[in-house]
Every structure is written in structure tokens, then in C-alpha cells.
Design a protein around this ligand. Structure first.
Ligand code: NAP
Length: 255
């Protein structure tokens, strides 16, 4: 067990998929979990209900990322809500999880697609962190969700892979900046995880093809990633910072 009792976590994009599993796992370990969603309020309510039925504490609020002023808006919503749930207004664990995919080889990516992918996957976490630093308690954790597409080349996802590269370099840089405050900054890079982001997984042949990338011959589940995030959030990971932890089931290890 990873005791997070007394901690407050903020997970972006916690309503569905990997973010939901992270929110559930951190709450199970005792953290008060605040999480955001973009538009799917129903899924956000379901996530809160599932956490509460497990005996945990969580609340959700809407925060669209990738638009001007997104980080200020997110923290304003957080500040307005946290007092109803906690006597201590800060944050201990910030998980930048919300993200969007963007397809296309270099010649296919439009400027608008590129801007959207970078705005959500790279710019938003940058400013969510920047504007959250005054709320993040010393000894805290920042965990950025990257992707295995930075380790093995995926030419069909050029802009997406580049956006995840940006968050990984930010992770490395901030580990130095925030070290004096005892804040660790790490990334987690999932392989192919079964979530709504991959509607093509409804096709069994496509799913089997994706499964074959892993040495375990299966696609990952959101909990496969959430368990790694829980470790990084815990005191056990206090000496780990500036790292990118692979959570891909050994994808791309062989030839
Ligand atoms: P998902 O199932 O599509 O869930 C995305 C979550 O992010 C939802 O909570 C969604 O909110 C929120 N979100 C999406 N766009 C947003 C925006 N513009 N502003 C604010 N919130 C937004 O995705 P996922 O598969 O769990 O992916 C989560 C993270 O893992 C992403 O960073 C992704 O790049 C990364 N990742 C995923 C995989 C994979 O195979 N699934 C692999 C590697 C990395 P709503 O519910 O309101 O839409």
C-alpha cells in the first residue's frame, strides 16, 4: 500500500481512461482527489461516484485545456472548490494527464492540428505547472503523462510524438528547478492502453496487432499506468526525479 492520507492530488483529464484510473488509485491510497474534465460531465460524475463507493474522496470541475487562459481558469476553479473539501488549500500531487492524439506524417499535419495537439499536450501542462507552483507544497510531486511514441518512432503521429517529447524535456528541466523544494518531477510513458482515445480497438484484428507490440502480447489497461503513477506519488519514490518511467509492457524492446 502507498499511504497518501492527508495529501491532495489534482489530476487533469480524470473523468475517463487513464486519468480516471489514476484518480481512483490515488483516492484509494487516501488522497483527496480533485480532477478536471473538458466536456463529459456524466463520466466525471461516474468517476466521483466510483471513488466515493470505494470509500475515497474526490471532486471534479470543468477545465478545458488548449485554449487561451486555460491554466488560470483551471486554478481559479480549483481555488473556488478546494475550501469545501479541505482545510488546507494547497496541492501535493499534480498529474498532467489530459491529452489528445494527432495523426499524420510530416506532410499531412496541418498548422491547426499541430497547434491543437501542442496546446493541449505541451503548452497547457507547462502553464498549469507554472501557475500551480505557489499552491504546490514543498515535498510534492509532479507527474506528467507522456507516451512510448518518444522511444520508438511513430511517423504516423508526428506532431503528437513531438508534443510528448516537449513534456519529457520539461520534466527533466523542472526536476532541477524544483529539487531545492523537495518536489520530484517525473514522466510516465504508457504504451497502447485500452481507452476511448483508440476507437479502432473495437476491431479485434487491430487490437491484436497493437497487443503484439508488447512482450506480454496484450494491450495495456488504465490501471497498468495508474499503479506506476501511485508509486511516483508515494514517499517510496522520494529519490526518483527527472525520469521518464516506461509503462508500455515492454513495447518495442525487440526487433
Ligand atoms: P481519453 O480516454 O481520451 O481521456 C482523455 C481525458 O482528458 C478525458 O478526461 C478528457 O475529458 C480529457 N481531455 C481531453 N481533451 C481535453 C482538453 N482539450 N481539455 C481538457 N481535458 C481534456 O485519453 P487516455 O487514453 O486516457 O489518455 C490520457 C493521457 O495518456 C493522454 O495524455 C494521452 O496522450 C496519454 N497516453 C495514452 C495512451 C493510450 O494508449 N491510451 C498511450 C500513451 C499516452 P472529457 O471526458 O471531458 O472529454
Amino acid at each position: 500500500m502507498t499511504d497518501l492520507t492527508g495529501k491532495t492530488a489534482l489530476v487533469t483529464g480524470g473523468s475517463r481512461g487513464i486519468g480516471r484510473a489514476i484518480a481512483r488509485r490515488l483516492a484509494k491510497e487516501g488522497a483527496l482527489v480533485a480532477f478536471t474534465y473538458a466536456s463529459d460531465e456524466e463520466s466525471a460524475k461516474e468517476t466521483v461516484a466510483s471513488i466515493e463507493s470505494d470509500g475515497g474522496r474526490a471532486f471534479a470541475f470543468r477545465a478545458a485545456l488548449g485554449v487561451p487562459g486555460d491554466a488560470d481558469g483551471l486554478w481559479a476553479e480549483f481555488d473556488a472548490a478546494i475550501g469545501k473539501h479541505s482545510d488546507t488549500p494547497g496541492v501535493d500531487i499534480l498529474v498532467n494527464n489530459a491529452g489528445v492524439v494527432g495523426g499524420g506524417q510530416i506532410h499531412e499535419v496541418t498548422e491547426a492540428d499541430y497547434d491543437k495537439v501542442f496546446a493541449v499536450n505541451a503548452k497547457a501542462p507547462f502553464f498549469v505547472i507554472q501557475k500551480g507552483l505557489e499552491r504546490l507544497r514543498d515535498g510534492g510531486r509532479i507527474i506528467n503523462i507522456s507516451s512510448g511514441v518518444t522511444k520508438v518512432a511513430f511517423p504516423a503521429m508526428t506532431s503528437y510524438a513531438a508534443s510528448k517529447g516537449a513534456i519529457e524535456v520539461l520534466t527533466l528541466t523542472l526536476a532541477v528547478t524544483l529539487g531545492p523544494r523537495g518536489i520530484t518531477v517525473n514522466a510516465v510513458s504508457p504504451g497502447t492502453i485500452e481507452t476511448d482515445i483508440h476507437p479502432w480497438m473495437a476491431d479485434p484484428d487491430a487490437k491484436a496487432h497493437a497487443a503484439a507490440f508488447s512482450v506480454f502480447n496484450r494491450v495495456g489497461q488504465p490501471t497498468d499506468v495508474a499503479d506506476v503513477v501511485a508509486f511516483l506519488a508515494s514517499d517510496d519514490a522520494r529519490w526518483v526525479t527527472g525520469q521518464n518511467i516506461d509503462a508500455s509492457g515492454g513495447s518495442g524492446l525487440g526487433i
